[in-house]
Every structure is written in structure tokens, then in C-alpha cells.
Design a protein around this ligand. Sequence first.
Ligand code: EPZ
Length: 427
Amino acid sequence: MDAIRVRGGRKLAGDIQISGAKNAALPILCAVLLSEGPSLLRNVPGLRDIDTTAALLRFLGCEVVVDKEAHEVRVPSAKLSRVEAPYELVKQMRASVLVLGPLLARHGKAKVSLPGGCAIGARPIDQHLKGLEAMGAKIRLERGYVIAEGPGNGGRLHGADIAFDLPTVTGTENIMMAAALAKGRTTLWNCAREPEVEELGRVLNKMGARVDGAGTDVMHIDGVPELAPFDHAVIPDRIEAGTYLIAGAVVPGSDVRILGAVLEDMEALVLKLRQAGVQVEREGEGIRVRREGPLKPVHVTTAPHPGFPTDMQAQFLVLMTQATGESVMSETIFENRFMHVPELSRMGAQIEVRGRAAVVHGPTPLEGASVMATDLRASASLVIAGLMAEGETEVRRVYHLDRGYESMETRLRAVGADCERVKNAEG
Ligand code: EPZ
């Protein structure tokens, strides 16, 4: 397994170009299943999760070309030979559950492995299943699989009124795709409002769907008999952008510009960074981040969009280790998303986890160490810690990192970081 080695203390300066949004590309690639093709997705990030989704689409019978040079995924044909998403693929990436809605909508049948829990929590899909049942799907769980059929043994789903118990991102996306081809109107209340949900609504409408209100907490979707393929360029990745904003704030004297990011999608994070004393402002078509003086401690609570994103929690926590005083980070979305804390403590951070809150005492100088990545965003936070630690940090099991960040070490080196990837390091 690969590792990333970082020698800390370097000021960062220069531009970092942001890739397309992973969490927009994944549902859009599943929307390929709603039409025969040929579809084309542009500005696709070069990530393991994209490769996994391509493998799943091929397993279902699609013809898929992933062109990493061009950052495109071409699907010349989405004619299916199967309607099953096997455990081997779903266990690699829980977002595979996003094929459930499209398969049911277009083919009336689906057999999808339950995603199971993951490092950050149980992550059930009850809201997805309740929504589909409201639309007439017959659903049973059998030997770890969801077996679903449209009404009357594989018939067409019908519209429904659905109120989510919580604003689930992929739950909203699954139901949007199912409703796009259902008979009649589906109204969703308490939907997820993430920019990636809004982006999926744009693509579905490009395909001929009639989605109104994507990106807000109430959505109306009038089903149509069939959908056309799409040609679409993905929005930039706000979480990748936020991660590099924090990388540009951890070493005083750094001055980095993040190119291609949409500041409006990152307001909650930017406000907290400014509150901490980090300078963040729009500059040209980028966002400039600088950090001069000491950092102030900040209290943060993660929340569904437009609140502070849970996917930025680990990265912001690392920054708070340098703030003068006591910061508190409350994680309200996932039940076990502080696994980066023990690793950061080994580097000298003073963080105390009390249930869903982490209390950080700073500033504490961090020391380089060998640390273990456990989930996608935790691994990014450990690399960021390495940027400011004294000495060398080796972040192991960076396959977690590769799921959501395209060649992070190359991008950081390009702005002055002293880091490199070590192939086949110890696990
Ligand atoms: C999406 O996951 C993202 N993944 C996650 O990003 C992100 O952390 C999460 O939304 C929250 O913003 C993709 O978009 C592919 P949820 P998702 O359904 O949809 C509970 C990353 O780092 N819940 O909004 O799985 C659930 O347990 C990844 O890129 C139910 O109880 O998240 C969690 O506590 C990690 N029942 C909360 O809701 C359900 O049916 C939010 O989950 C669904 C969810």
C-alpha cells in the first residue's frame, strides 16, 4: 500500500487547480442508466471512486470509457445485461447504492448489495428504501441484498409525496432519479440541499426530466416516459477546494490561490476560517488564502448544507490545533468521525473527544510521525498536519486519500510542500 511522506514547515505559495466534484460525478454517472446513451461526462476527477463506478456500470452491461487524460467518462451505450450491484463492488464504495433508483425506474427490477457500515458510521439506507416503497416498489432484504421490483412484478413506479426524516444526500439523489421516470408527480420534503444534489437536478433536466427545486428543501419531479442521454461538465469539488484552503492556512506566511472553486458553495467554511483569523478572499477566478498572525479558537458544529460540511470536519480540526485557546468541533452527521484524533494526538495534538464533540487545546507544535489513514477526509487531515509538523510524517494507507483527491502530493509539491508518494510502503 502506498504512503505519503511530508516534511513540515514549508510556506506554501502559488495556485492549485480544483478538479470536478466527486460527489456530483458519482450520482451523475449512475443517471447514465436512465437512458440508452451515448452519454458524456466532462471535468471528471481522476479518482478511485470513479473507476469503481465505471466497473459497476460495466458489470451492469454498459460500455464505459474512462479517459483520465481528458478527464472524461464516455458511455457509448447503457444497454443493460444485468440489474445487480454485487457486494464485491458495493463494499468498495457505498455510493454504489445510487444505482438502485435508476435500475428500478428504467428496468423495474434491481438487486443491490446493502452497503453495510463503514469506518465513519452505520450509514443505513432506510430513507432510500422508504421513498422507493412509497413510489410502489416492492422491496425485500435477502442475504445482505436489497431485492426491489416495480409494482405488479416490475412495472413502472408512480409518483408519491415523500418527507425524509433527515436530509440524506444520496437518499435524495436516489429518489430524484427514480421519480424522473415515474408516472405522475413526486414531491420531496426535507431534501438534501447540497450543490451536488442541485447539479444532479440540472443533468436530469438536460436529459428531459422535469425537476423543480433541486438544491432546496422541497422538490417537485414530474415523471416523463423516457430520458435522453447527456453531455455535461461537472461542477468543481467544494470539499477538495476547502481542503486546500486549510492546507494554505496551516503554515504562517503561506499565500495560496485555489482556482476553479465556487466560493458561494463554501460560505459556512469560509466564515469559520475568517473567524479563526485566516484571510480568505475572492481573487480573479480563484479564492486566495493567506495566514499571517496567530489563529483564534473557533466553535464549529457540522450540519447539512448550507451548514458547515462534515466532510471538512477533520481538516478544520487540524487547523484548530494551532489556535490559541480552546476550540470545540461538534460532529452531528456521523457517529464515529473522529478517528483522525488518535493519530493527531500521536503527533502532539491536544484533543479530547467527548461523545460527538472534540475539544482542541492549542496552540500545540506537532511532531512528524508515522500515522494511519482510516477514511477519506481523515487521511487528508493527516497530510495537512504533516505540512506543519516538525520533521517527517508518513501517512500510510493512502488508498483512502486516492478515493477523493486527485494526486494530492503533486498539487501540494507544486506550491512548495516537501512531500512525495512512497510506493508499496508498509501497511
Ligand atoms: C454523502 O453521503 C456523501 N457521499 C458523504 O461524503 C457526506 O459525508 C455525506 O453525504 C454527508 O454530507 C456522497 O455524496 C457520495 P447521508 P451519504 O445519507 O449520502 C443517516 C465523502 O467524504 N442516514 O446524507 O451516505 C446517515 O447514517 C463522503 O466524500 C440514515 O439514517 O450521507 C448519516 O448519519 C463521506 N438513513 C446521515 O444520515 C438513510 O437512509 C447523513 O447521511 C440515509 C442516511
